[in-house]
Design a protein around this ligand. Sequence first.
Ligand code: CTP
Length: 424
Amino acid sequence: MSSELRTLEGARVLVGVGGGIAAYKTAHLVRGLVASGASVRVVPTEASLAFVGAATWEALSHHPVLTSVFEDVDEVAHVRHGQQADLVVIAPATADLLARMRIGRADDLLTASLLVTRAPVVVAPAMHTEMWEHPSTRENVAVLRERGLVVLEPAVGRLTGPDSGPGRLPEPEAILEAARAAIAAPRTADGAVRRDLVGRELLISAGGTRERLDPVRYLANHSSGKQGWALAHAALVRGARVHLAAANVGLETPPGAVRTDVGDAAELAATIAAHRGSVDALVMAAAVADFTAAEPADHKIKKDESSTDSVPVISLRRTEDVLRSSVLDRGDAQRPVIVGFAAETGGGGASALELARAKARRKGADLLVFNDITTGVFGADENAVRILDAEGADRGAAAGSKTAVAHAVLDELVGLLADVSSTP
Ligand code: CTP
């Protein structure tokens, strides 16, 4: 039976722990899941207990820990945990565990639970680069992904020994966000995440630009990057390749996303222009400055000590409207499908929604995601949006977590992509 629960709040989450040194990071993940309101059951493999003991899992999850199908037999634990789970997260998944999952072994409580569950499964592999790149592992991962499991890309960096490369367990914060995206994702009939963006590449801008005034000061905005990040995580669990143009975002990179950090509107515009021609969709979630200093000072702007009234006058000039220029640049081509965002407060006699409808017509993006920011959205985890088309008409609405909003936007995007052939 597929679970109806779509958020971590109140969800029953089974955390499987494989026998790798990265198991210590999973302790932070369990804390994060519990802090998000989930009821967590940790099911470690026997080998993983050599790295982190059962007492740690019991203390963090507030539940007893079982590893074997022969414990708690009267309660039929090997079936119950899998059946009851709303979400399964495996971290770290070793090469051995991936192989056992692929062939459907049920030789411990974790693998038995995996055969029983019909909940979305998020897998965070961690191993040495050679093992990750071995054809056996590549094949196991491909098969598991085909079955609908969300197998995250490992992070690239320093491994346990002196070597470095792909194979690190993604940071707990990033796995937690992937888990949030997976539980909120649309499902297939058998409860797996619907991978309707496989073969698609999305370019997503996120965060807020900073326009330099002098070597110490800048003009900025309140955007945290959370909505763009939620879109990236949601797109990744649905199978997309994701390129993030990140304007001053202090969040862990979503596993598998390619990230280009940008500072100001001009850098963002250049990054988008360099990549928009080769992607299926461009999603402009970033808050881009409309004005930048006409001539940023190359020294710190000083107060005039002779008069307390004197203030510097800084002239501004307009920046490029990246969304509009992307629409113009595409011309009559099918690709990329273009999605804009509109944060409006209303004013000048027009409501926020009226301004958004006018903006949709002006910008010409295929979709414009409108949020009314009079109620406060920056930095918050919640959001409420209306999705408009290029004529300003309603296509959809979503409210709730930024993750839920992200999936609603992707649902519309998937609809539009149906008419667009895949990137070569
Ligand atoms: N945007 C952009 N380039 C800019 C400004 C905004 O690409 N220089 C994009 C944003 O990423 C967003 C959309 O345009 O997807 C709308 O942003 P918003 O700030 O709401 O609109 P503005 O174009 O700034 O219009 P206004 O100042 O009239 O509200």
